[in-house]
Design a protein around this ligand. Structure first.
Ligand code: NAD
Length: 497
């Protein structure tokens, strides 16, 4: 990707340098125009029933699916990732759209709630009106999925969205977003729109005064986004980086664990927020596990051919980060079980597996976001959990154990854990997805993901007068006496003690 003029940039294939397309650098004025259109469109969208919105989202899904070959070709062209991986993220994004549309009414329709004893003369309802216009900012590593994930729950909840895909991979997302208007010619222009550009454009989106920013990206940018959003007290959802861990317990199926760790670490060239970067293997199964990881990882190939497991590093700066982490680990006494510094042959990086890396090393503590797995040995599961929880991140995690999977999962500090497999919580729209600590806050997916884009509202209705009217003046001494008796009656008796 290179800036080609003051107001445009060109996206190129990271491996071949071929041009994929030229995109505008949108300004704060452009964004303000989009926000105005989005506000009008959102009022129309919020006025539709859940069923009407679902119908339109489903039409959009069909339109995207009919263009899926073109979308996957563009996804391959702009990132160099295997077409199979692009298809995979497209499916995950479409599942999000379908789930959000199908479940919005169940989760967000107005409901009656009990008013409580003290105010039982009132009726009480909770409704979930949409927030308004949401800004979605997305990264380059799974550009289609992160864009669709950001839009799906916001749109199904009745919001409009202005989307800023990454400057490294906007082409496929733009096509996906434009398919909405094609599929729904009756929708006002601007219900979902896109903007492109760099940090300045993203910052302008944050300071426009939208009703929420759903940001997916790195921790440093997440901090800037939150600070910029503070200007208008715009709420933020932050889906940030990770240092995901896998625990291989004494009673693990070693073969399954080795297969899954290699895939989970090298899928997308490790450029996945939920990619496996750390493994704690218990001493009892260390040797067979390392032997199988070595065997499997050594056969993983990198390149642009159909059979290659993954493509180039999409952003050149990531290559320097990978080099820094691998060098730091080896300098600190780690062993390279597979690959090493020589695995870096930019723009490609072949698989690297490092063993026995000191816990305070950057390769253990910082997000690498490349095809590097660190495997450290622990005496038992307790030590594994303590070390697993000892980074500032807490996105995904996984555990391999025949008998103790759920116990270990509950003790891991992370937004999600997969037992006897890896990453599956990401592709399941019914369960919340997000992190804790430096991995961010807020959730996409599931009931929580829909509520993330609504403003819960209480409506209470007086049905009849009960006892003294404490909401009027003057009060009579009698009123206080009645309240005094009520306090004794209701609270003095111990309950459940
Ligand atoms: P990044 O933070 O560099 O950029 C993300 C987006 O933010 C881009 O669109 C960029 O243009 C925009 N941006 C940059 N500066 C901005 C600013 N000051 N204000 C507003 N927007 C700004 O991240 P990246 O390098 O594109 O993506 C990799 C990171 O994303 C990794 O850390 C990865 O773990 C994380 N990620 C997280 C998830 C998740 O769901 N938790 C998913 C995918 C990627």
């Amino acid at each position: 990707m290179t800036q080609t003029a003051t107001n445009t940039f060109t996206v190129t294939n990271p491996a071949t340098g071929e041009s994929v397309g030229t995109f505008p650098i949108h300004t704060a004025e452009d964004i303000a125009e989009r926000a105005t259109a989005a506000r009008t469109a959102q009022a129309w969208w919020a006025g539709l029933t859940f069923a009407d919105r679902k119908r339109r989202i489903n039409r959009w899904i069909a339109a995207i699916a009919s263009q899926s070959d073109e979308i996957c070709d563009l996804g391959f062209a702009e990132t160099g990732r295997p077409r199979g991986d692009v298809q995979f993220e497209l499916i995950a994004g479409l599942e999000d759209l379908r789930w959000a549309a199908a479940h919005a009414e169940r989760v967000l329709k107005e409901r009656r709630v009990a008013p409580g004893m003290a105010l039982f003369n009132f009726g009480a309802r909770v409704s979930y009106p949409p927030l308004g216009v949401v800004g979605v900012i997305a990264p380059w590593n799974v550009p289609i999925y992160t864009v669709l994930c950001g839009i799906a729950y916001a749109l199904a909840a009745g919001n409009a969205a202005i989307v800023k895909p990454s400057e490294y991979a906007p082409a496929s997302s733009v096509l996906v977003i434009e398919a909405f208007a094609t599929a729904n010619p009756d929708a006002p222009a601007g219900l979902i729109s896109w903007i492109t550009g760099f940090a300045e454009t993203g910052n302008a989106l944050c300071t426009t005064g939208l009703d929420k920013i759903a940001f997916t990206g790195s921790v440093p940018t997440g901090r800037k986004v939150m600070a910029a959003c503070a200007e208008h007290l715009t709420p933020v959802l932050l889906e940030l980086g990770g240092k995901d861990v896998t625990i291989v317990a004494e009673d693990a199926d070693v073969e399954k664990a080795a297969q899954a760790v290699v895939w989970g670490g090298f899928f997308n060239g490790g450029q996945a927020c939920v990619g496996i970067e750390r493994v704690y293997v218990t001493r009892a199964v260390r040797e067979p596990f390392l032997a199988r990881v070595k065997e499997i990882a050594s056969k993983v190939t990198t390149g642009l051919d159909e059979g290659d497991a993954y493509g180039p590093m999409i952003v050149p700066a990531q290559i320097d980060l990978v080099r820094r982490h691998v060098t730091a680990a080896i300098d600190a006494g780690a062993t390279a079980l597979v690959g090493g510094v020589d695995s870096i042959r930019a723009p490609f990086v072949d698989p690297v597996v490092l063993v026995d890396v000191p816990e305070d090393n950057p390769a253990v503590q910082e997000e690498t976001f490349g095809p590097v797995i660190v495997i450290n040995t622990v005496a038992d599961v307790d030590e594994a959990i303590a070390k697993a929880n000892a980074t500032r991140f807490g996105l995904g995690s996984s555990v391999f154990s025949a008998r103790r999977g759920r116990e270990i999962a509950h003790r891991l500090k992370a937004g999600g854990t997969t037992i006897n497999s890896v990453l599956t919580f990401v592709g399941m729209p019914s369960v919340p997805f997000g992190g804790i600590g430096d991995s961010g806050f807020g959730r996409f997916h599931g009931d929580d993901g829909l509520r993330e884009f609504a403003a819960p509202k209480a409506t209470t209705t007086k049905r009849f007068q009960m006892g003294p009217d404490m909401q009027s003046f003057p009060r009579r001494p009698d009123d206080f006496e009645q309240v005094r008796k009520m306090v004794k009656f209701r609270y003095a008796k111990r309950r459940g003690v």
